[in-house]
Design a protein around this ligand. Structure first.
Ligand SMILES: *[C@@H]1O[C@H](CO)[C@@H](O)[C@H](O)[C@H]1NC(C)=O
Ligand SMILES: *[C@@H]1O[C@H](CO)[C@@H](O)[C@H](O)[C@H]1NC(C)=O
Ligand SMILES: *[C@@H]1O[C@H](CO)[C@@H](O)[C@H](O)[C@H]1NC(C)=O
Ligand SMILES: *[C@@H]1O[C@H](CO)[C@@H](O)[C@H](O)[C@H]1NC(C)=O
Ligand SMILES: *[C@@H]1O[C@H](CO)[C@@H](O)[C@H](O)[C@H]1NC(C)=O
Length: 522
């Protein structure tokens, strides 16, 4: 009898252990984490149909639908399709639009959320749009992801941190909070968000980081990254990324930023509608193949996620229970959002030779708290584990977010069978970029950031004229000029011996282009 009890206890313990996420204290094999945040696409839209390839993936089968009018049962029902291609215009993804998509109305008490207002919200913008948002790519149309999902890990339960637009979500990626932002406020973006970031935690621990940017580094929305001492962390992607990877010189924490501006010669590759997903696929392919060929490959984790769902349908109810506010800051009027629920599910893919082929990560399984989920704060939380940082979590949200370092610790040796090349994706958009188009809201924000980098934010033309009235071509030129001047001025300030803790602020360029760069120290 005693023996049986002992046996049962042992079995129970074994069971418990096998269900418990691995709290391994062993050193992580990862020394380089590469993060790429794409733009505005939901999980079901990009990866939902991959369920056909692996039924374990929580994707779609075409039975998912929304009524065109949530309060009229007789209104047409729009089913989720498999014909996504090129999307223009851009579906709604403001705080209000997303509330309607998730809850079907402005009533947010329904638990779990019904996820039934996507078609209705889209219909209020354009009668052709419901079909666009209730649609996903066939796996062969996103062949790069198809391969990565089958070769490495896909997370089918990773949510945007805020049910709102790009900037608040991007802020969570490296800091575990948006510091109260639920939308984009030009003045605040210009000033830069003040919260501490994972970059500083890494820097303090002596771990290097680097940002490889293309048009402009959106990471400069963090005010602290504008400190003189961090300027050397920014590298032009085209000139440096492949070289650094080839020479085994990639830093510990790497952010690759894509081209946000669409031009004929250099098409945007951020997947933001109306940009061509083909270009985004080409970019992911390039980053992967570069890492795969690097001597650092055996110590690398490459994470691809999306800032938010961009208005596209997803069938998984967004978490509304037990989500902690990161820092107690309440969002602005009229919503006074308490940051107590997450945004829509987005695609996330984890790539490393330490990951078993075909891994599917469903959720953090009640760790570190029963309500914990994967969301963008899982990035700093996991980075903290991988690098064994002794600093505390950046925010309460980061402390709550699930971490996934365990999927990198199931093997004793890295895989040797990872593909060296990914398939060539199919072209989706017919024709070229429209450089004469007016800039999108997201591009406006980036132009406003450029204005700050140039000092033009104190001109009366900011933010309306600078930003809102430019074409994509003008915006791109303005931005690239601003970035050049900013980094040049920084170098000058460094040579002049300016205190490296200072945040760089520029005086407006006014009319002269050749004037010596000036740095004003507040
Ligand atoms: C992590 O850091 C702590 C000290 O902060 C140390 O005691 C521990 O051994 C480290 N773990 C690993 C795996 O390096
Ligand atoms: C949706 O249906 C309700 C109830 O039938 C109706 O009052 C409302 O006008 C409809 N909304 C739209 C946008 O058609
Ligand atoms: C796409 O959906 C249609 C309609 O449900 C179906 O007939 C077709 O087989 C699907 N195509 C693929 C490639 O799954
Ligand atoms: C919610 O919608 C209803 C009906 O459209 C409207 O009367 C009400 O003012 C809205 N409430 C909020 C908080 O926006
Ligand atoms: C990575 O590790 C594998 C297995 O140990 C080894 O065969 C391979 O040469 C290593 N690759 C690099 C780039 O170090």
């Amino acid at each position: 009898m005693a023996k049986t009890t002992a046996m049962v206890t042992v079995l129970l313990l074994l069971l418990l252990l096998s269900h418990h996420p691995c709290y391994s204290t062993a050193a992580s094999p990862i020394k380089t984490v590469v993060v790429l945040v794409m733009e505005n696409r939901s999980f079901d839209h990009m990866l939902g149909w991959m369920k056909k390839l692996n039924p374990e993936i929580n994707g779609v089968d075409g039975s998912e639908s929304n009524l065109l009018n949530t309060t009229d049962a007789k209104s047409p029902r729009v089913f989720f399709g498999n014909q996504s291609h090129f999307v223009d215009p851009d579906p709604g993804h403001s705080f209000q639009a997303i509330r309607e998509q998730i809850f079907g109305s402005n009533e947010t008490s329904t638990k779990p959320p019904s996820m039934n207002g996507f078609a209705q919200q889209a219909n209020s913008m354009d009668p052709n749009m419901p079909q666009s948002v209730m649609n996903g790519f066939q796996p062969d149309k996103v062949a790069v992801y198809k391969t990565l999902v089958s070769e490495f890990a896909v997370c089918d339960r990773w949510f945007a941190s805020v049910p709102s637009s790009t900037q608040p979500n991007r802020l969570y990626v490296h800091s575990g909070t948006s510091h109260g932002a639920t939308s984009n406020v030009a003045a605040l973006l210009a000033k830069g968000y003040p919260q501490r970031t994972i970059f500083e935690d890494l820097d303090d621990a002596g771990i290097s980081f680097g940002i490889y940017y293309q048009n402009i580094p959106a990471t400069l929305f963090y005010r602290n990254l504008r400190k003189l001492k961090f300027l050397g962390k920014f590298h032009p992607y085209d000139l440096s990324f492949k070289n650094d990877a080839k020479n085994g010189k990639l830093p510990g924490y790497v952010v690759v930023e894509q081209r946000y501006m669409d031009s004929k010669v250099e098409p945007a590759n951020d997947d933001h509608p109306s940009h061509d997903v083909y270009q985004g696929q080409m970019f992911v392919k390039e980053v992967y193949e570069t890492l795969r060929a690097s001597p650092q490959w055996n110590e690398t984790l490459f994470l691809i996620t999306y800032d938010e769902h961009g208005g596209f349908y997803d069938h998984v109810a967004t978490p509304v229970n037990g989500v902690p506010s990161p820092d107690g800051i309440v969002g602005p009027e009229p919503f006074l959002f308490k940051f107590d629920r997450l945004g829509v599910r987005v695609p996330t893919i984890m790539v490393s030779p330490w990951i078993q082929k075909g891994t599917i990560v469903h959720g953090p399984n009640g760790s570190p708290t029963p309500t914990s989920e994967y969301e963008h704060s899982s990035i700093p939380a996991t980075v903290r584990k991988i690098f064994n940082l002794s600093s505390p979590s950046l925010t309460k949200r980061e402390a709550w977010a699930g971490t996934f370092e365990a999927i990198l610790q199931t093997r004793s040796k890295p895989r040797t069978d990872c593909p060296e090349q990914l398939p060539n994706p199919v072209k989706i958009r017919q024709g070229d970029a429209n450089e004469d188009a007016k800039v999108s809201e997201f591009q406006q924000e980036l132009i406003q950031l450029a204005a700050v980098m140039k000092g033009d934010d104190i001109l009366t033309s900011f933010p309306v004229k600078i930003g809102k009235e430019m074409t994509v071509r003008e915006g791109k030129e303005y931005m690239e000029d601003a970035v050049k001047r900013f980094f040049e001025s920084g170098s000058v300030a460094k040579l002049m011996g300016v205190d490296e803790e200072q945040i760089i602020k520029m005086r407006p360029s006014l009319s002269t282009r050749s004037s010596k760069p000036q740095t004003r120290i507040p």
